[in-house]
Design a binder for this molecule. Structure first.
Ligand code: ADP
Ligand code: MG
Length: 249
């Protein structure tokens, strides 16, 4: 049988900080994710959630351990990290769109630059994806002319345009007005329904319980507890998990 789409083994990551002791941000992370499944990651601020996603995306190097996606090892010298980043899509809290490009160009340009798609093909696919995320009428707008929720929709379309094998969401709704959060969660839910494999850092516990196939609770760079959302959020075994859940619910 093929191995899970994502395999993370004994990953450690230390940040070196000027004038301070090095900080162990990931302290032996082991987890796996099957094709088409959604992993939800929760934990207090500073527990290493963003660092974990950033290492999965190749934005941060790891000190030791292994990360494989679809059987390809991130740390294999033969692996092109730039290509890896396009196959593992990432959606950030603050959208990170190109400010001086239209919504259409934000989705079309990476296809041309990274995938070498001809302009007409890239723009056709960009229009299709903008339609899929509910932004079909906004292709000509610049990010500054869009609401936060609309910018996040464009950012999701941009990531999808690379046909990623895995999508990572790092608190994708945390910077949004409360009334736009639901729409983005609905879009993420639709992606999951369509079979996208996703790792999602979120504080939206309703979403995490509904959409998650597996759940991780992280603290201090470690996975404290892992299981189904019902196990981890409904019947936590660890005192640290319970204390965290009591605080946020
Ligand atoms: P979370 O997303 O769970 O809030 P992070 O992964 O952002 O946690 O951070 C984990 C720890 O690593 C924190 O203590 C944070 O201060 C530290 N950290 C994160 N990024 C850096 C960095 N670029 N340089 C130094 N320390 C960092
Ligand atoms: Mg974070």
């Amino acid at each position: 049988m093929a191995e899970p789409l994502l395999v993370v083994q004994a990953v450690t990551k230390t940040y070196q900080r000027d004038g301070q002791a090095p900080h162990l941000a990931l302290d032996g992370i082991d987890c796996q994710l099957n094709r088409g499944e959604v992993m939800v990651v929760v934990g207090p601020s500073g527990s290493g959630k963003s660092t974990l996603l950033r290492t999965l995306n190749g934005l941060e190097s790891i000190d030791s351990g292994a990360i494989r996606v679809d059987g390809v090892s991130l740390t294999d010298p033969a692996t092109d990290v730039n290509r890896w980043r396009t196959e593992v899509g990432m959606v950030f809290q603050h959208f990170n769109l190109f400010q001086h490009r239209t919504a259409l160009d934000n989705v079309a340009l990476p296809q041309r630059v990274v995938r070498g798609r001809p302009r007409a093909d890239a723009e056709r696919y960009a229009r299709e994806l903008l339609g899929r995320v509910g932004m079909g009428d906004y292709g000509a707008r610049y990010p500054s002319q869009l609401s936060g929720g609309q910018q996040q929709r464009v950012a999701i379309a941009r990531a999808l345009a690379m046909d990623p094998k895995l999508m990572l969401f790092d608190e994708a709704t945390s910077a949004l007005d409360p009334e736009t959060v639901g729409g983005i969660l609905e879009l993420m839910r639709a992606l999951a329904r369509d079979g996208m494999t996703m790792a999602v850092v979120t504080h939206e516990m309703g979403f995490a319980r509904d959409v998650g196939d597996r759940a991780l609770f992280m603290d201090a760079g470690r996975i404290v507890e892992m299981g189904t959302p019902d196990e981890v959020f409904g019947h936590p075994r660890e005192a640290r998990t319970r204390a965290f859940l009591e605080k946020i619910l």
